[in-house]
Design a protein around this ligand. Structure first.
Ligand SMILES: Cc1cc2nc3c(=O)[nH]c(=O)nc-3n(C[C@H](O)[C@H](O)[C@H](O)COP(=O)(O)OP(=O)(O)OC[C@H]3O[C@@H](n4cnc5c(N)ncnc54)[C@H](O)[C@@H]3O)c2cc1C
Length: 339
């Protein structure tokens, strides 16, 4: 029996994760992407890549924690570049109450004093009296992770066709997974864009082994270390759908916060300033909606890499579940390949 065919529209983290999960479950999958190269038009290209469900819990719904925890294993099993070193949260002495408030809203952390902090991150020595360590968190470089998913898909025979702009209705396949991010607003009118800006710098004199968040009442910031002395500094979160380059205000705020984390960031080279709109539903939680042969997977908001594995599993489950709320009867559902 021929395998049922699935077209995934969009090669961001949602699309590639869904394609992989479906291919792993035996379906014949193809991905189409409107941009000519991976990441060129994806919000996913701008992400920090923190897999930090316990830190996120301090300011989000409990679902982010339950959906997000399994993603650390999902990524580790598929992408060797997943770094499981934990993450740190620090605050300037005047903002220490913020650190206690942060801790009170989450779990699975350890308080560090200055001596223990310096053991873990020598470069932060002498600058912070206390810190929170979230030992079970992880991080990855989103661009390498996406490239790796594309390679794994190619090995599984899943082609990514670039330069094709497709609508779900026009896709010629048994089933369609719409992972167009914010572009899917034509079909998901309650989707909105939340602007995020970030900076990538090269700082040869800073060594960090894990992401560091610095709490601040006005501008909380995080710094994620990457290979080749690169650091991603992020991110603003602005309820605006304005596209366009990073503003001077945001660039100054992000870079001065990094400078406050470590003065050597003052000597760093600015490699990139980037901005995009995160796709979000009103409750800021991701959703999978099925309408006949079309499954729409969206709303990753600021948790793209953290929640894409959950989204991918939910999409695959929707394919293989018969009693979902759907206009399609079971006969239209793809069949698993028979061995
Ligand atoms: C500054 C910033 C920092 C962030 N930091 C983090 C972080 O640390 N951790 C984290 O987990 N998340 C983070 N995020 C959020 C994350 O980037 C998003 O949640 C995620 O990228 C959304 O992924 P997506 O695949 O749904 O959308 P996208 O990545 O935008 O992918 C959608 C794709 O669909 C394609 N497409 C659209 N229409 C069509 C069409 N008609 N035909 C074919 N292709 C089409 C687009 O070209 C695009 O490639 C951050 C976001 C920003 C902006």
């Amino acid at each position: 029996m021929a395998r049922s065919s699935v077209i995934v529209i969009g090669a961001g983290v949602a699309g590639l994760s869904c394609a992989l999960e479906l291919a792993e479950r035996g379906l014949s999958v193809e991905v189409v992407e409107r941009a000519s190269t991976l990441g060129a038009a994806s919000c996913s290209w701008m992400a920090g890549g923190m897999l930090a469900p316990w830190c996120e819990r301090a300011s989000t719904e409990p679902e982010i924690l339950s959906y997000g925890i399994p993603s650390i294993d999902w990524w580790s099993q598929r992408f060797a570049g997943t770094v499981r070193n934990g993450s740190l949260v620090v605050a300037q002495p005047r903002d220490l109450p913020e650190l206690a408030r942060f801790a009170a809203r989450t779990e699975r952390y350890q308080w560090l004093d200055a001596a223990r902090l310096v053991e873990l991150e020598p470069d932060l020595g002498g600058r912070f009296r206390r810190a929170l360590l979230f030992p079970d968190e992880a991080h990855l470089d989103p661009r390498r992770a996406l490239a790796h998913l594309a390679e794994v898909l190619a090995i599984r025979g899943v082609a990514i066709k670039f330069g094709i702009e497709l609508s779900a209705e026009a896709a010629d396949a048994d089933m369609v997974v719409d992972c167009r991010g914010l572009a899917a607003r034509d079909a998901l009118p309650d989707l909105r864009g939340v602007r995020g800006e970030m900076v990538v710098v090269r700082a040869r004199d800073v060594r960090l082994s894990r992401p560091v968040r610095m709490l601040h009442p006005r501008l909380p910031l995080y710094v994620v270390p990457r290979a080749d002395d690169l650091f991603m500094i992020g991110a603003t979160m602005i309820e605006s759908e304005q596209r366009g380059p990073v503003s001077v205000r945001s660039a100054v705020e992000l870079m001065s916060a990094a400078f406050a984390l470590h003065p050597a960031f003052g000597e760093a080279e600015i490699v990139e300033l980037g901005a995009d709109l995160r796709p979000a539903f009103p409750d800021n939680l991701p959703q999978v909606r099925r309408d006949g042969r079309i499954v729409r997977a969206n709303g990753l908001f600021r948790h793209g890499f953290l929640l894409a594995p959950w989204l991918a599993r939910a999409v695959a489950d929707a394919f293989f579940t018969t009693d979902i709320d759907s206009e399609t009867d079971d006969a239209d559902l793809p069949q698993r390949r028979r061995a």
